[in-house]
Design a protein. Structure first.
Length: 291
C-alpha cells in the first residue's frame, strides 16, 4: 500500500470522509480551548457530566422531531443548561460540593435519557445518540459546528483575560468588579454549545473526548495558557485525522477510534512529555543523584 493510498485516497475518493474530517477539525478548534480552561479550573469531570446531561434533552427532541438537527440540538442545550443551573443552585443552597452536585444530576439525566430512548425508540436509535455517526455528518450539522466554533473562538479572544483570571483566582476577579458570575455563566454556555455541536458527530458519550483528552495531554507539552490551548488543538486535530484513517482501513467505529487515538496520545504524553512526563521525571531524578 502506497503512502497516497494510506493517507490521501480515503479523503480524495469519498465525500463522507471529507465531511467527517472537516467536522473533526471544526470540533477540535472549538472544543480543545474550552477543555484547556476546564482543566485549569479543575473542572475536568464537569465536562463529562455536561456531556451526559445532554441526553434527556436530545431524547425529547428525537421523540418530537425525529433526527432533526434543530430539535435535538435545542433539547440537548436546554437539558445541559438546566443540569448546570440545578447543580449550581444546590451548591449555593447547601454544603454539597459542586462536583458532587454535577455527578448526581448528570446520573439522573443520563438514566432518564436512556429510559426515554429505550421505551420510545430502538436500540439503533440509542446507539446513534450515545455514540454518534461522524461519517454521516451532513451539511447542516457542519454549519452548526462551524458556527459554534467561530462564536467560541471570537468570545475566547474577547474575554481571554477575565476567563484566565476567573480560572486562576475567581475571588480576585469578583473583588475587582470583573463580573465573575457573568463570565462563569458564559463559559458554561460555551461548554454546553461545543458539546451540543460535538454530539452530532461523536454522540453524547463521546462528545467530551475531543474536549478533555487533548487538553489533559497538552499539560505535558506546554506551560502557558495560549500554548496549552494551541497544543490541545493540534492534538485534537491529529486525533481526528488518525482516528478517521484507522476507521477507514480497519473498519473500526469512527467515533471511538478518534477518542482512542486521543487517549493513546495522552498516554504517550504522560510517559514522554517534557513537562513532568514520567520518563523525564525519572531521568531528572537520576541526574540529580549522579550530581
Amino acid at each position: 500500500m502506497t503512502l497516497y493510498e494510506l493517507l490521501i485516497q480515503p479523503f480524495a475518493d469519498y465525500g463522507f470522509m471529507r465531511r467527517a474530517l472537516v467536522a473533526s477539525l471544526a470540533l477540535s478548534l472549538g472544543s480543545a480551548p474550552i477543555g484547556t480552561l476546564l482543566v485549569l479550573r479543575r473542572m475536568s469531570l464537569m465536562g463529562d457530566a455536561m456531556a451526559h446531561a445532554l441526553l434527556p434533552g436530545v431524547a425529547l427532541g428525537f421523540l418530537f422531531g425525529g433526527f432533526s438537527l434543530v430539535a435535538m440540538s435545542l433539547g440537548g442545550f436546554t437539558a445541559a443548561v438546566a443540569v448546570a443551573l440545578a447543580a449550581g443552585f444546590v451548591t449555593r443552597a447547601t454544603k454539597q460540593r459542586e462536583d458532587a452536585s454535577f455527578a448526581a444530576f448528570y446520573l439522573i439525566a443520563l438514566a432518564l435519557g436512556v429510559l426515554l430512548i429505550s421505551t420510545h425508540g430502538s436500540s439503533v436509535d440509542l446507539i446513534h445518540l450515545l455514540f454518534g455517526t461522524i461519517l454521516a455528518v451532513d451539511d447542516p450539522a457542519l454549519l452548526l459546528m462551524a458556527a459554534v466554533t467561530s462564536i467560541t473562538l471570537i468570545l475566547l479572544a474577547l474575554l481571554y483575560r477575565p476567563l484566565v483570571v476567573e480560572c486562576v483566582d475567581p475571588g480576585f476577579l469578583r473583588n475587582m468588579g470583573g463580573h465573575g458570575a457573568l463570565i462563569h455563566g458564559l463559559f458554561l454556555v460555551l461548554t454546553v454549545a461545543n458539546l451540543v455541536a460535538g454530539f452530532q458527530a461523536l454522540g453524547t458519550l463521546m462528545a467530551v473526548g475531543l474536549m478533555m483528552l487533548p487538553a489533559t495531554a497538552a499539560r505535558f507539552w506546554a506551560a502557558q495558557v495560549w500554548s496549552l490551548a494551541l497544543a490541545a488543538m493540534l492534538i485534537a486535530m491529529l486525533s481526528g485525522l488518525v482516528g478517521l484513517l484507522l476507521s477507514y482501513h480497519l473498519q473500526w467505529p469512527s467515533g471511538p477510534a478518534i477518542v482512542l487515538v486521543a487517549g493513546a496520545i495522552y498516554l504517550l504524553s504522560l510517559a514522554f512529555g517534557p513537562r513532568e512526563g514520567l520518563v523525564w521525571r525519572v531521568l531528572h531524578r537520576h541526574s540529580h543523584k549522579a550530581a
